[in-house]
Design a protein. Sequence first.
Length: 299
Amino acid sequence: MTESTRKVMRSLLFVPGDSEKKLSKADSIEADVLILDLEDAVVPERKAAARALVREYLADRPDHRRQQLWVRINPLDHAEAGADLGAVMPARPDGIVLPKTRSPEDIDVLGQRIGHYEAEYEFPVGSTLVLPVATETPQSLFSLGEYARCGRRLAGITWGAEDLAAAVGATANREADGRWTSPYQFVRSLSLFAAHAAGVEAIDTLWANFRDPQGLEISCAEARRDGFSGKLAIHPDQVGVINRCFTPSVEEIEHARRIVELFEANPGAGTLAMDGHMLDLPHLRQARRTLALAAAAAG
């Protein structure tokens, strides 16, 4: 995915697929991506009802919307996964979030299934994107570097800690001050670099305490500092904070513009000085990325 064609994915809000009330309010939320959830937010006896509601929600919004509309299906090895895809694909979601992804092979299998629906309904091949939650099983950690081969369906990589902690029997995954314990800091870092190695969006996991905006702000600032481009959200009140934190400031935009203009004025130069600092090509790439993100957010 090139900087010029990227879609902004700062805030990705989960919306329970079986809640008519929450679905009805979703259009007014400023999230870049709504993830209509058929997995953890829906109890087994409500799965079928949730599929019907989500399909109806998508079908009522056939054109490109202000928000991207994605669906989190159940894991590929879950009995409900096939029914989830069969219900929502005719209504053409922008993408599928795949939980408990075990390896890039799961993306291959999902891509093949999606491809059959795209052919059946005459959608452009490859138009339905995929976002794996890539760290929810212990085995998944050992193939994170292989997502680079997954091709154009892969829109990003995100990570999760709760299922992983349960899988290994951890009694906690955060310190008393809210920071991740060392195993989960490691997992977070692997996910970040796996996304960048694959050339896709690095999406940070959620901040679970939606009544703690200060903690969310700190978490967002740290994520953007480290190279994440967006963050999952579980409550509408989190969306504004996330969008603000992952949008370049006026000062950042101006600084990036000056760097680009300096290099354009000196074609062929590999190193230039500005404001007492030496700049080289990595600074130019970062400046262009900042401007692309700002333009995508504004658009």
